[in-house]
Structures are given as structure tokens and as C-alpha cells.
Design a protein around this ligand. Structure first.
Ligand SMILES: NC(=O)c1ccc[n+]([C@@H]2O[C@H](COP(=O)([O-])OP(=O)(O)OC[C@H]3O[C@@H](n4cnc5c(N)ncnc54)[C@H](O)[C@@H]3O)[C@@H](O)[C@H]2O)c1
Ligand SMILES: N/C(=C\C=C\C=O)C(=O)O
Length: 486
């Protein structure tokens, strides 16, 4: 069923128009493309009640194999409808067709396949116990679902990040209530259609739409929600933590970042330039893993800066489907204003602009969109606001360093701790430096190369917990130890 101009909620197996609307705007030209039906508290209560009931229905009676086969059907149907997912994601985000068809949409189906397969191998533990006084017992684990899981997802990789949590939550037998970002709800609505089409039992997957501060806040504070998994800004995470603390329930947070790329003088310079171009400007800098701070060794600084500036100048900015376009707009006017305020702050703090710093002038409808220039700056202190606060746009600051210990300390001097990239051809140095970085993820001579079985998450303001592979299976399950005297 093609998306019309109203995006409905999906509660207890029914698509519902709440009669309360929030405009959905295309960031390419600022036009209203649809309206999402914002969930009311009553509708959220109904979703939680339906999810609770579904835990006792056919879903809980399915074998792991039956449940995971159904999730494979979800993945297969997403692939059958991928053109609709691509169109919907482009309409909401304006990002390039290249990125959407190579990263965003394929990962939706991949997330379901990965965790459906992982669930089949999610084993417990068994111990034959012999106590000091000669008693014998058999101990074994049963993995049970948490119950009703609230999933709150962001706008930067909408389908990828919603399914990154929905898939393992369902694979572990939970019922889910997904609240996507109000900026990008279209692919989540298609996901609800897919769930309905393949026969996921009613109440197992629910979709409630609307503003985070209203709908998200009500959901995370709901006494009958058993767990909350959230991806978004650190400040929002802190708010959700307060909201959830009205009860005692598991939380998983993937939050903001202020990520460094460290380019040593023994790096392959061309690889490093290409890699840092990707890690800074991909998705218009709107990836939590993106580089915003580049530390380059003094010996190669001029050559690196020249190369990065040349690479940035070759980046094509334009319509999502335009041939060769790498950079689309930022997700919204509000976010464009936020990122531009940091460009202005950089000027005020005395930065030297090596490239960019403004807004492209197209002379057409795109001037009503939220485009921005890729930007490279230098000359600011490590403790400047621009170098300490997450900007979440296509900008990096370049600093020069002289030795390893210095750069490790400088890269760690941040309240965030999500990801880092190291560029060096010296393997000893790579393996020596990586563990010293206070982050959750380190890439060496690459960036955003993903194995979905690995631990994903950050430390400090970048999050709580890890998801990915068995880390997701553990978060979305409650192990019960059963001891039988023998
Ligand atoms: N660590 C990661 O994996 C990761 C991934 C993507 C984005 N992010 C971070 O997310 C931020 C950008 O995304 P964003 O602007 O959508 O983040 P955001 O925090 O504004 O919103 C994220 C989600 O939370 C909801 N929300 C907002 N306020 C809420 C509240 N009070 N209660 C409940 N829900 C609420 C929003 O509606 C949205 O669905 C950046 O800081 C980025 O670093 C982190
Ligand atoms: N969680 C993942 C990416 C997060 C990107 C942040 O913007 C992933 O690749 O699984």
C-alpha cells in the first residue's frame, strides 16, 4: 500500500489516523510532503496494552525457529519493496540515492536477517554442580524476553537505526513499540505495513508517531513499558534517563559523539585523505560516528590539508538522484541553523577557514531547502566550544601534533567517547594506540566498516551499553537460572 499524504500510527494490528498532525518536510526544497499522525496518550496506552497482551498470545507460543523464520519474511518483504523504502527515505532526508541504496535501505533487511539468525544460536549456560558437602545439582539457563520494549530512534539513518533495535528485540521474543523521529517517519510506516503483510501477530510490533518531547516522553515514562532502547542526542538521553527512573528497567543508550581521526606521519596519505573525507562528510556529517576533529602529524600536515581541501572541493552537492551527488541537505532548517551557528562560532573563536563555511546558492527551489557547504577549519584550541561540542554537520577541525602520547591525550580530552579512526601503516603503532583511546569503536585505516556481530556503543556522554551480535541478544533477554537437585 503506497504511502499517502498521511502517515498513520500502527497499534495492535490496526493503522490509525489520530487526527492530530505534524508536517513532514522535504529538506531538499522545504516543501510539506506529508503529515504524520501524532499519537495521543490514549493511543500510546492502547499500544502498550496491546503489546502486553501479545506477549501472552501466539507470539510467545512460537518456537524460536518459527519466530525467526517470520523475521526473515520481514527482511524478504523489505527487499521486495526496497524501491518504496528508497523513495520514502529520500523524501524524508534528501540524502543521495547512492548512500540510500548502498547503506541505509540494505541495512534494514540485513539487521532482520542477522538477528533472526543470531537468535537461533542464542544459547544459555549449563553447570553440573557438586557442593562441598556432597550435594549435586544441574544448573541451566532459560532466556526469556524483557517484555514490552520501547524503541526511540533518530533521524540521521532512520530505517537503519530503527531496525538495528527492532530486529533483535523481536528476535528475542519481545513486543516492540517504535517511536521514530518526527523528522523521518516514512520508512517506519512502510516497516509497519511489512509487519502487517507478513503476518507478525497483532500487538507484537507497534508504531507510534510524533514529537519526541511529547510522544517519546510519555512512552519512556510509561509504567507498563519494560525496557527502553534509545539512539539520539546525549541531552535527550539524560532526559529519558530521568523519565525512565520513575521505574527500574533496562536501558540501552547510543548517544552523541565528538570523534577524532588521527593521521600519523607513517600513514598512506592518499588513503587517509580519502578516508577522512568519507568520515567527515558522509551523510552531510550526520552520522554519530563522523569525524569532527582531525589530528595530523606535523611532518605531513601541509600535504594532508592540501589533499583534504582538494577532496572537499570535488564533492558534488545537489539533488538526491543527480548523477555523482555525494552531499544532500541537512535534515531540516532547524538543524541547518544549528550547524551554521557553529560555523559562525568558529569564525567568532578565530578559526581559519580552509574550505567552505557557508550555504551553496543554487538559484532554484533548493535554496528553500537546508543545504550547507562541506567545511574544513583549523587554528582553534582543543578546548574551544567548536572542538568540544558535537556539531553533527559536514565540518572538521584540523590540529597538528608531534608525538603519540600527546595526540592520544588530546583525542581523549572530550566528554564523549564513541568512535575514532587511526591512519598508520605501522601495525605496532595501530595496536598500541587503539586501546588507549577512550571510545567504544576504533577503526584502523578504514571507517564505518561494519560487522553486525561486533560490540557497538560508546562511553562517557556517548552512551550506556553495547548492541550488536550477542550484545543485543543479551540486552533484549532476561536469563533465568534453573537449578535442579540431582
Ligand atoms: N550513538 C549512535 O549510534 C547515534 C546514532 C544516531 C544519532 N545519534 C545522535 O543523535 C543526535 C541526532 O539525532 P536526533 O536529533 O534525532 O536526536 P534527538 O535526541 O533529538 O532525537 C532522537 C529521538 O528521540 C526522540 N526524543 C526527543 N526528545 C525526547 C524525549 N524527551 N523523550 C523521548 N524521546 C525523545 C526524538 O523524537 C527522536 O525520535 C546526535 O547527537 C547524534 O550523535 C547517535
Ligand atoms: N548503529 C549503527 C550505526 C550508527 C550510526 C550513527 O549515526 C550501525 O551501523 O549498526
Amino acid at each position: 500500500m503506497a504511502l499517502k499524504n498521511k502517515l498513520p500510527c500502527y497499534v495492535d494490528g490496526v493503522f490509525i489516523d489520530s487526527q492530530h498532525y505534524v508536517n513532514n518536510i522535504n529538506p531538499v526544497n522545504g516543501q510539506v510532503i506529508s503529515q504524520l499522525c501524532e499519537a495521543t496518550p490514549e493511543l500510546i496506552d492502547q499500544a502498550v496494552k496491546g503489546a502486553k497482551a501479545a506477549l501472552k498470545g501466539p507470539w510467545s507460543k512460537m518456537s524460536v525457529t518459527q519466530r525467526c523464520d517470520l523475521l526473515h519474511k520481514v527482511a524478504d518483504r523489505m527487499i521486495e519493496r526496497q524501491d518504496e523504502f528508497i523513495e520514502a527515505e529520500i523524501a524524508d532526508t534528501g540524502k543521495s540515492l547512492f548512500q540510500i541504496e548502498n547503506i541505509d535501505i540494505p541495512r534494514g533487511a540485513a539487521n532482520f536477517k542477522t538477528f533472526a539468525d543470531m537468535a537461533k544460536f542464542h544459547s544459555g549456560e549449563t553447570f553440573i554442580t557438586e557442593t562441598a558437602n556432597g550435594e549435586k545439582a544441574l544448573n541451566y539457563t532459560v532466556n526469556k524476553p524483557l517484555g514490552v520494549v520501547a524503541v526511540i530512534s533518530p533521524w540521521n539513518l532512520p530505517l537503519l537505526l530503527a531496525t538495528w533495535k527492532v530486529a533483535p528485540a523481536l528476535a528475542c521474543g519481545n513486543c516492540v513499540i517504535l517511536k521514530p523521529s518526527e523528522e523521518t517517519s516514512s520508512t517506519a510506516t512502510l516497516l509497519a505495513q511489512v509487519m502487517d503483510e507478513v503476518g507478525v501477530p497483532k500487538g507484537v510490533f507497534n508504531l507510534i508517531l510524533g514529537r519526541g518531547s511529547i510522544v517519546g516522553d510519555y512512552l519512556t515514562g510509561h509504567s507498563n513499558v519494560d525496557a527502553v532502547t534509545f539512539t539520539g542526542a546525549s541531552t535527550t538521553g539524560q532526559h529519558i534517563m530521568k523519565s525512565v527512573s520513575q521505574g527500574v528497567k533496562p536501558i540501552s543508550f547510543e548517544l552523541g559523539g565528538k570523534n577524532s581521526a588521527i593521521v600519523f606521519n607513517d600513514a598512506d596519505l592518499e588513503k587517509a585523505i580519502t578516508g577522512v573525507t568519507r568520515s567527515t562528510f558522509t551523510n552531510c556529517g550526520q552520522v554519530c560516528l563522523c569525524t569532527e576533529k582531525v589530528f595530523v602529524h606535523r611532518d605531513i600536515a601541509q600535504a594532508f590539508i592540501h589533499g583534504l581541501k582538494l577532496a572537499a572541493s570535488k564533492i558534488k552537492i545537489g539533488y538526491p538522484k543527480e548523477e555523482g551527488v555525494f552531499l544532500g541537505p541537512l535534515v531540516s532548517k532547524a538543524h541547518q541553523e544549528k550547524v551554521l551557528s557553529y560555523y559562525q562560532l568558529a569564525k567568532d573563536e578565530g578559526a581559519e577557514f580552509i574550505y567552505g563555511g557557508g550555504v551553496p546558492n543554487f538559484g532554484d527551489e533548493r535554496d528553500n531547502g537546508s543545504y550547507i557547504e562541506p567545511t574544513i577549519i583549523t587554528g582553534l584550541d582543543d578546548d574551544s566550544r567548536v572542538n568540544q561540542e558535537e556539531i553533527f554537520g559536514p565540518i572538521c577541525h584540523i590540529s597538528v601534533f608531534d608525538d603519540e602520547d600527546e595526540v592520544i591525550n588530546r583525542a581523549n580530552t572530550t566528554d564523549y567517547g564513541l568512535a575514532a579512526a587511526i591512519w598508520t601503516e605501522n601495525l605496532s603503532r595501530a595496536h598500541r594506540v587503539a586501546p588507549q583511546l577512550d571510545v567504544g569503536i576504533v577503526w584502523i585505516n578504514t571507517w564505518f566498516l561494519r560487522d553486525l556481530r561486533t560490540a557497538f556503543g560508546g562511553v562517557k556522554l556517548s552512551g550506556i551499553g553495547r548492541e550488536g551480535g550477542q550484545h543485543s541478544m543479551s540486552f533484549y533477554s532476561e536469563p533465568v537460572n534453573i537449578c535442579i537437585k540431582i
